[in-house]
Design a protein around this ligand. Structure first.
Ligand SMILES: Cc1ncc(COP(=O)(O)O)c(C=O)c1O
Length: 428
């Protein structure tokens, strides 16, 4: 521990960022991850020795409580916690110097690395605090007129629904909401529902990439192609997909995108990102002030006032960690974990799964219910009797307990969930 502490002190003194050879990730994990690679068998879907190394990197994997609500907010691996501590201690020595003169210099390298992870141009990325901030900036910043129409769904996230409703009240927009009966294993049905809602006044479609309530993956690219053919732009809420699904933002073919980084990327709580297609930056008004509000520089969205540059800088180690695993491997593992429990759960009498188990239609999240019990009752019994933390969902037409594993989730955690569901269903 002493060795570790002096390591950190040295790296802090040298001002090493997350992207140098001496990153905390390299200090703490390079050797373990290299060893773990030797365990990896690409032909197997059971690489438990490899995943044990990843699980051990998260302190949450040792918690007494089994956390299966990673869709709400995810824990960070220890390396990210250590990075945040390091930056906080450094800032405490004099925030006006260490934050504004030292850490501030880390923003552009961070933008570059986020852009690399997102597969886009760094000049299209603004770093902020969460998906709500990113998407509200876009929703309130779009130059729409009275009578212009926006199409979303009742299954979108409330903070975005409310933002559109506020624009409806203030600016006289017409906000229409579709409703879906999930699960749906037919992209064309979803695209058609959006298409049928379009009128000559429609300007924007709002699409949630993964529906947070029940885990449906929406066919974003197909919706965008249909919309663009009609001259309509698309806003994508990627809060549940960035750092989980293996995609680049340009592949989605959308116009605007917002995400949190504290969900599947496991960056510190209070980190987010906005992406705007280059030629659209100029027309979006910043939500907070800027000296050139109609400028083309994406940084006009970062006049956020004094906030924690420590949190921002610690995102770098979350990116290192993510890249150490790889996007494709992470997506497949998390989907495997979901399938592992959900396939067994749906065989338990009285238990129902509310989410498609096919990888094209869902990944981490699945909804589950027990006949005769409300979601909040199942959630509460899982916690009280089995120390399993989930979330009971009652939103519009969705009534289920949401279960969301993450890369650090152990198969034994999911076995405990299955035992709990079986016993709860038997007593119901
Ligand atoms: C689909 C979706 N969008 C946006 C958000 C908001 O994320 P944040 O609270 O990080 O702003 C959430 C949060 O759970 C979400 O599920």
């Amino acid at each position: 521990m002493n060795n570790r502490r002096s390591f950190f002190r040295r790296s802090a003194a040298l001002g090493m960022g997350a992207f140098g050879f001496n990153s905390l990730f390299n200090q703490m994990h390079a050797a373990d991850f290299a060893r773990a690679e030797e365990y990896w068998n690409p032909a197997s879907d059971n690489n438990e020795e490899y995943w044990k190394v990843i699980q051990d990197a998260y302190t949450a994997s040792k918690s007494d409580i089994v956390i299966l609500n990673n869709g709400g907010v995810s824990p960070s691996p220890l390396v990210v916690q250590e990075a945040l501590d390091k930056y906080n201690r450094q800032a405490a020595q004099g925030p006006s110097y260490y934050m504004w003169r030292v850490m501030d210099k880390g923003r552009e390298p961070l933008r570059q690395r986020l852009a690399k992870l997102a597969g886009c141009d760094a000049e299209e990325i603004a770093i902020n605090r969460n998906a709500t901030e990113a998407l509200n900036t876009i929703i309130f910043g779009l130059p729409l007129q009275k009578g212009d129409e926006v199409v979303g769904t009742i299954q979108d996230y409330p903070n975005m629904i409310q933002a559109w409703k506020q624009r409806e009240m203030r600016d006289g927009l017409v906000y229409k909401q579709l409703s879906f009966e999930f699960p749906i294993e037919n992209d064309e049905q979803i695209v058609k529902a959006f298409e049928d809602a379009i009128t000559p006044r429609t300007k924007i479609l709002h699409v949630t990439h993964i529906i947070n309530w029940v885990g449906q993956i929406m066919p974003v690219r197909k919706i965008c192609r249909m919309a663009h053919a009609k001259g309509i732009e698309v806003v994508v809420d990627g809060a549940h997909t960035f750092g989980l699904l293996d995609y680049t933002i340009p592949e989605l073919e959308c116009d605007y995108f917002g995400t949190s980084l504290h969900k599947f990327l496991s960056a510190p709580v209070g980190s987010g990102m906005m992406w705007i297609k280059k030629d659209k930056i100029e027309k979006i008004w910043p939500l907070l002030c800027n000296s050139v509000p109609q400028g083309k520089d994406i940084r006009k969205f970062e006049t956020l006032g004094t906030r924690s540059f420590c949190i921002e800088q610690a995102i770098g180690e979350a990116i290192n960690f993510q890249e150490g695993i790889g996007n494709r491997r992470k997506q497949e593992r998390v989907h495997f974990l979901k399938k592992y429990w959900a396939e067994q759960a749906q065989k338990i009498p009285g238990v129902k799964i509310h989410t498609s188990l096919k990888p094209e239609f869902s990944c981490a999240i699945a909804g589950v219910s027990v006949e005769g019990l409300k979601p909040e009752q199942v959630d509460s019994r899982l916690f009280k009797e089995y120390k399993i933390h989930t979330v009971g969902i009652n939103w519009e037409n969705i009534h289920a307990v949401r279960v969301t594993p993450h890369v650090y989730t152990k198969l034994s955690d999911l076995d405990r969930l299955l035992e709990g569901l079986e016993k709860i269903a038997k007593k119901a």
